[in-house]
Design a protein around this ligand. Structure first.
Ligand code: WTA
Length: 622
């Protein structure tokens, strides 16, 4: 397990907010409540908490009975603090069109849009679904919900109608906020028709707010649809922040489940705010003069915590763009870094591997000297990709943060903090505040070098509060081994220094280019096609995307397998779930390996596919 170790440049030890990892970790161990109290005290609360944490396994209550509003901390705290004219968001469109919003302007827009939502009858606790491209209005919509205590459910704009419908009905959203279209790779993809289809059989939806960017403007349906700008123009300008309870929900974000429908992960206002603030400040080390670029779409948890709330909580400047990494050419992101002077660049392994493949001559054409910190998230950053990123982009001096965390954890959990020695392939150690280990199926630590499960032993502020309307599924998380730890469902291995390497999921989630896709969702989409009797999906390792989806399909009696049918099935999945979930490979089979109780043994399919030993097949049906 030994490999290269990179020692940080001494200047990084100075700029790092945590001077010494072990000291900071000990400060936490000595008195966890005092540790979190000190962090929370940097923020503004309308009413103080009684207790920092009440742990009644599996339920944790953080900052009990406190009152706050996260937008007051993201906006007013800076307006009153010399950041009134500081750039909050710098956005660049594909045609190089720029949009700048200062903290003053963002505050103004958020208040107006919040009043607009109120005028539609949205009140505290109501759910609002946001299905929009990564543009400043998306951030305005999210903050406007939080401003009035409404709960946002952001759905990534790449999802199809069925996936959107499930999330709207699951969260019981009263209002859907969308745009006419989204720009991608030189083209325009309509979004509104997908919403129109998704709200059939969603009777709870009362209004759809549409941001219209195209000329001529798309038509709106009377009584149901309302223009985004109009909603903001005819309302009062001031909207005081609604004080919400620390344990009131801030948002629901859906993530793939191992079985059945996706899970609505609920994050509570107070704890989430503290976790997002803490890690943005101390892990990403976002500082006053940084230009910070998180390449994740706001539709994912990374876009929530580190694309929106975290950087705004610390008063940072967010860089956002419509440009994808390879359009119009694979040099565009590096040109943007040079042009704008991006100093913190937080991206995903799949993008890094794509850049690696096209060659270092491309980034070499740009001056990347503004970069100070590099980050990665979403799947394991393999050593080759780490090395490439470190040498070619970080020019042998920028620390790389390989941050391990989940939608459910809300914030970073494991990484190598700035200033600490880095080991390619290893995410690092649990950050101060997090108690985690690699354990066997009983929950006891495994020796270094042995594969085990990554488990978290103690609650943390931004942990999910609940699975929306499904306490049983929530309880399932805090039930690992005999000590009932939080189960991450990730396999891992630790080295002698306590550095953790992540080895992938242990359950039926496939991570494709950093996005979670549940095998159950793909299979049920395939089975809903009239030609399909049964289906099984697996993840197959891929150099670029980490994994690709392979589906095995049993056709109904009499259906003839043809190349056209393969095309139809892929198209069917795309329309239902969106492009991320489409199987790259599709094979027609006569039977599927199953357990005696009828469960598909995907592990056997995967081993077969990769020419490996399938392991224990004693439960396999004859
Ligand atoms: C995987 C994304 C290895 C992991 C923030 C986890 C990672 C799942 C890393 C959560 C990393 C995320 N190294 N694997 N640095 N970061 N993962 O909910 O399998 O979209 O359980 O949250 O992504 O994905 P989610």
């Amino acid at each position: 397990m030994s490999g290269n170790i990179y020692y940080p440049d001494s200047s990084y030890k100075e700029t790092a907010k945590i001077h010494n990892y072990s000291d900071k970790y000990q400060e936490f161990t000595k008195d966890p409540d005092a540790f979190w109290r000190r962090i929370a005290s940097d923020l503004l609360w309308f009413e103080p908490w009684d207790q920092v944490r009440v742990w009644d396994h599996p339920f944790a209550r953080w900052f009990t009975n406190a009152k706050l509003n996260i937008t007051y901390n993201c906006l007013e705290r800076h307006l009153n603090n010399d950041r009134r004219n500081k750039v909050a968001i710098c956005w660049v469109g594909e045609n190089n069109r720029e949009r700048i919003l200062t903290y003053y302007q963002l505050h103004k827009d958020v208040m107006r849009f919040a009043n607009g939502l109120k005028s539609l009858g949205v009140t505290k606790g109501d759910r609002v679904c946001i299905y929009m491209p990564a543009i400043p209005e998306m951030v305005v919509a999210m903050l406007a919900c939080a401003r009035i205590g409404a709960v946002h459910t952001v759905v990534f704009a790449g999802y199809g109608a069925k996936a959107l419908n499930e999330r709207i009905t699951g969260s019981q959203s009263k209002v859907v906020i969308t745009a006419d279209s989204t720009v991608r790779r030189g083209g325009s993809i309509p979004l509104k028709p997908i919403v129109e289809e998704a709200i059939i059989n969603a009777p709870m939806v009362e209004k759809v707010v549409v941001l219209r960017t195209q000329e001529p403007k798309v038509g709106l349906l009377d009584d149901l649809e309302i223009d985004f700008e109009d909603l903001m123009s005819s309302v009062p300008r001031q909207c005081p922040p609604e004080p919400v309870g620390s344990e009131d929900p801030l948002f629901i974000l859906y993530t793939s489940g191992t079985t059945g429908a996706p899970k609505g992960i609920v994050h509570a206002a107070g704890g989430y705010m503290v976790g997002a603030y803490y890690t943005t400040k101390y892990v990403l080390t976002l500082q006053e003069n940084d230009l910070y670029w998180c390449t994740a779409d706001p539709g994912w948890i990374t876009g929530h915590t580190y694309g929106t709330y975290g950087p705004l909580l610390v008063g940072g400047t967010i860089f956002m763009t419509e440009y994808t990494p390879d359009y119009p050419d694979p040099g565009v992101w590096w040109r943007l870094i040079e042009e704008y002077g991006v100093s913190i660049f937080y991206t995903a392994p799949t993008a890094i591997r794509m850049f690696m493949k096209v060659g270092s001559e491309i980034p070499d054409k740009s001056d990347l000297s503004s970069l100070r910190i590099l980050g990665s998230v979403g799947e394991p950053l393999n050593p080759e990709a780490f090395e490439w990123f470190y040498h070619n982009i970080g020019k042998d001096h920028c620390p790389i943060l390989d941050t391990w965390w989940q939608t459910e954890t809300g914030m970073h959990m494991i990484t190598t903090m700035v200033g600490e020695p880095m080991k390619p392939g290893f995410a690092g150690k649990p950050i101060p505040g997090i108690v985690a280990d690699v354990v066997n199926d009983e929950g006891d630590p495994v020796p270094s070098g042995t594969t085990g499960f990554l488990a978290i032993k103690e609650p943390w502020p931004s942990m999910m509060q609940m699975v929306h309307q499904n306490e049983e599924r929530y309880r399932g998380y805090w039930n690992f081994g005999k000590y009932h730890y939080y189960s991450t469902n990730d396999l891992a291995v630790k080295d002698d220094d306590g550095y953790i390497m992540l080895l992938g999921r242990s359950d039926d989630i496939i991570i494709v280019a950093g996005h979670n896709v549940g095998t159950a969702e793909i299979e049920s989409a395939l089975v809903s096609h009239q030609s399909v009797a049964e289906a099984a999906a697996i993840g197959k390792p891929d150099d670029l995307k980490g994994n690709l989806i392979k589906a095995f399909v049993i056709l109904r009696n009499g259906v003839i397998p043809t190349p056209k049918l393969i095309h139809d099935l892929k198209y069917h999945v795309r329309m239902m779930l969106g492009p991320i979930s489409v199987p790259a490979e599709l094979e027609f089979v006569e039977t599927l390996p199953k357990t005696r109780s009828g469960k598909i043994m995907r592990r056997v399919l995967k081993a077969r596919e990769m020419g490996m030993d399938p392991g224990d097949v004693s439960t396999l049906e004859e």
